[in-house]
Design a protein around this ligand. Structure first.
Ligand code: ADP
Ligand code: MG
Length: 688
């Protein structure tokens, strides 16, 4: 059995857990045996070697030491007496201050020895610690909670790290010996790797720091390799495809560029050139267009669509929301119509659906913009040659495959506003060619971002917004998703809408949320665009893509609930015109370290690249890049992602294997096929 096969064993079937434990695991998102085995600790406490109090001070880190209790004292703090235990190791004395831990006098007896884990600091001329863990030292008896490296898991309410350790251990004990290696022996030996089951055991319960390092290396390397293997296989398969259409005319696109209201930036021109070159090629395009929010990706995609039209082919632009679909359509259809092209929009609530579907089939519509509605089975094309996915992370690989099948080896362009470091893009987008728009249209001013505490400075914020509105500007007020319930979100937005109407009685306030009928959505967006509405209250339906130049303020309420890239996306709604724009982050909760860090990153950086890097550090690559949706093997260990040398090794291994055994038919590669490839989405390796 391979690790991946354990995705099919539900924890309920294992008979290892009580209902309460299953509930806790469920709350942590752990449903299968695989989930538990790959729920890696986020850090470890090294209690494997005994060090000194001095070493803790010198190296500014927690240490494991053995001390003797020499005296009991007390300190007064906030009118209360708290224990202060004086201990010493072979070199020096220190105080353990136990706030509200009266019991310490009983559990740490004078004269006795204890294992201790703590980080000491020098405070008031005294060596001190107030957070520490201890256990009595008994000669010739191994300690329970010392002498090893201990995993620290992220947990949820109702459980402890210790309990989680036990739960993980149960799963390991039951399954670990059945797990086979997905890497061939020659690779394991060649790279001096440890076996998969040893690595899995050690990553949870390492003997010492060296075995932990080996375990992380083994798993990290394998993950990089698995992704490269998939990428290379896919490239190989795709390279066998040939298009049955070709491009000869290039007039309309030139004319359109000339007639635009603005001049394309150099970066846009370069990206467009690369796309057109791909389209003229015999092999289908698989290209990623990457550019920060507001860098002008839409027009580049649209021009490529015009190019398809003038050569007689159909093209489709897929966007994640209805509002965005209408916006793109409204902005672009006139240009298309002036060129004698027919453009349409299709969403789930389009009234003339049947008509559109018929015309698409007959080839009477040249360009279509739409939401997921375009993926439906009834939607077919006459000769679909180009597909563009806007905000690609909102579309899963399966959806890309479904769409690609509506054409005959069509060209595919995916767009993203999440810039990522190059080494990482080789990994995650390794099967795509990449174009980058790294330049903003001229005349844009960086958005000024400030953090407001709701309780303290909300009034100040409202005064500021009022001032700006009086200058004729417009503002967004964004409210976070409260729960996975559109209804509740809508209710919340409505409540806040009424409140803002009172606060801003001299202005016109509009409301937009996901639950509204699409005509109303369209009307509200249109009114906002025409400045008939001064303030737009909204849930995150406007997160992606909305473009209104006169809106120069965005107030993000409950900012603590948004991730970095989401905040950056939201902020990207302003700063689209010549005027100075502002973004206000409003938080109304206790400030955790994580929240402070996120707010500071957004306040300090305007550059999406920088923010993506910070986001990577905080959340890890799996989530932010949507690796799950990408159809790639999972990536749980990220410390090797920036290791270019290692990435190269993994890549070369993959290239060699695919060259030598493209079908992975050899006995020695059976493990790769069954262990890694079997669980990928169907068809993934064979389509765009
Ligand atoms: P994004 O890359 O975030 O999708 P958009 O395509 O929505 O950005 O473009 C943002 C705004 O910039 C739009 O209003 C668009 O018309 C405008 N724009 C695009 N390219 C240029 C350019 N070269 N010069 C001036 N404005 C541009
Ligand atoms: Mg966009």
């Amino acid at each position: 059995m391979y690790l991946n096969d354990l995705k099919e064993i539900n924890l309920k079937e294992t008979n290892l857990f009580t209902p309460r434990q299953l509930h806790i695991l469920d709350k942590l998102g752990l449903l299968t045996v695989y989930d538990v085995l790959t729920y890696f600790p986020y850090r470890y406490e090294d209690r494997s070697t005994v060090e000194s109090i001095e070493s803790s001070i010198l190296n500014k880190k927690p240490v494991c030491t053995i001390v003797r209790v020499v005296e009991h004292q007390s300190i007064f703090f906030k009118n209360k007496k708290h224990p202060k235990i004086i201990v010493e190791d072979s070199k020096m004395r220190a105080s353990l201050v136990g706030f509200n831990r009266e019991f310490l006098f009983k559990t740490m007896k004078i004269g006795k020895r204890y294992w201790l884990y703590a980080e000491f600091i020098l405070k008031f001329d005294e060596i001190q610690t107030s957070t520490f863990d201890f256990e009595e030292y008994i000669e010739n008896t191994p300690p329970k909670n010392f002498g090893k490296v201990f995993p620290i898991y992220s947990i949820t309410e109702g459980t402890t790290v210790k309990e989680l350790r036990n739960l993980v251990e149960k799963v390991i004990n039951k399954y670990i010996n059945e797990i086979a290696d997905e890497l061939p022996n020659y690779m394991i030996n060649g790279h001096k790797l440890i076996s998969k089951n040893q690595a899995l055991r050690s990553i949870h319960f390492p003997e010492n720091i060296i075995s932990l390092r080996k375990a992380r290396f083994r798993i990290g390397f394998e993950e990089l390799f698995a992704i490269q293997l998939v990428v290379m296989l896919k490239r190989k398969n795709l390279s066998l495809n040939v298009k049955n259409f070709n491009y000869t005319k290039e007039e309309l696109i030139k004319q359109t560029i000339k007639n635009l209201q603005f001049k394309l930036t150099n970066a846009q021109e370069k990206a467009l050139f690369e796309i057109i070159k791909d389209m003229k090629n015999k092999k289908p395009m698989h290209r990623l267009l990457q550019g920060d929010v507001g860098s002008g990706k839409t027009i580049v995609a649209f021009l490529a669509m015009i190019f398809a039209s003038e050569n007689g082919y159909q093209s489709a632009l897929l966007v994640p929301t209805e509002v965005l679909a209408f916006q793109h359509y409204n902005n672009l259809f006139k240009i298309a119509e002036n060129l004698g092209l027919k453009m349409a929009v299709l969403t789930k609530s389009s009234e003339n659906k049947e008509d559109i579907i018929l015309k698409l089939k007959r080839g009477e519509i040249n360009l279509i913009v739409g939401t997921h509605a375009l993926l439906q089975e009834e939607v077919n094309f006459h000769n679909l040659a180009l597909i563009v996915f806007d905000e690609q992370h909102r579309f899963g690989v399966e959806q890309r495959i479904i769409m690609a099948k509506k054409g005959n080896n069509p060209d595919i362009l995916v767009m993203t506003a999440t810039p990522i470091p190059r080494t990482l893009s080789l990994t995650v987008y390794g099967d795509l060619d990449i174009s980058i728009i790294d330049e903003m249209p001229s005349g844009r001013k960086p958005v000024i971002t400030k953090w407001f505490r709701k309780e303290v400075d909300y009034e100040k914020l409202i005064r500021f917004v009022t001032q700006e509105l009086r200058k004729g500007r417009q503002a967004y007020f964004i409210y976070p998703l409260i729960e996975e319930s559109e209804k509740l979100n809508a209710e919340d937005a409505i409540k806040n809408y009424n409140k803002l109407k009172r606060l801003f009685s001299e202005f016109k306030v509009g409301l937009l949320h996901g639950k509204m009928p699409s005509e109303e959505k369209m009307r509200i967006m249109q009114d906002f665009k025409l400045n008939k509405i001064n303030i737009l209250v909204s849930t995150t339906v406007i997160e992606v893509g909305i473009d209104v130049k006169n809106a120069t303020i965005i107030v993000i309420e409950g900012a603590e609930r948004f991730g970095l890239s989401q905040l950056h996306q939201l902020r990207g709604r302003v700063g689209r015109g010549e005027e100075q724009s502002y973004c206000a982050l409003v938080t109304s909760c206790e400030e955790t370290e994580d929240i402070i860090r996120r707010m500071e990153v957004i306040c300090n950086y305007n550059d999406g690249f920088k923010i993506a890097e910070e986001d990577l550090k905080i959340r890890g690559p799996g989530e932010i890049l949507g690796i799950k949706q990408s159809g790639m093997p999972e990536l749980k260990i990220s410390e090797f992602l920036h290791d270019e040398k290692l990435l190269k090794v993994a890549r070369e291994d993959a290239i060699n294997i695919i060259e030598y055994d493209p079908e992975l038919g050899l006995e020695k590669h059976k493990c790769l096929k069954d262990g890694i490839l079997k669980h990928l989405p169907i068809d993934y390796l064979y389509s765009g």
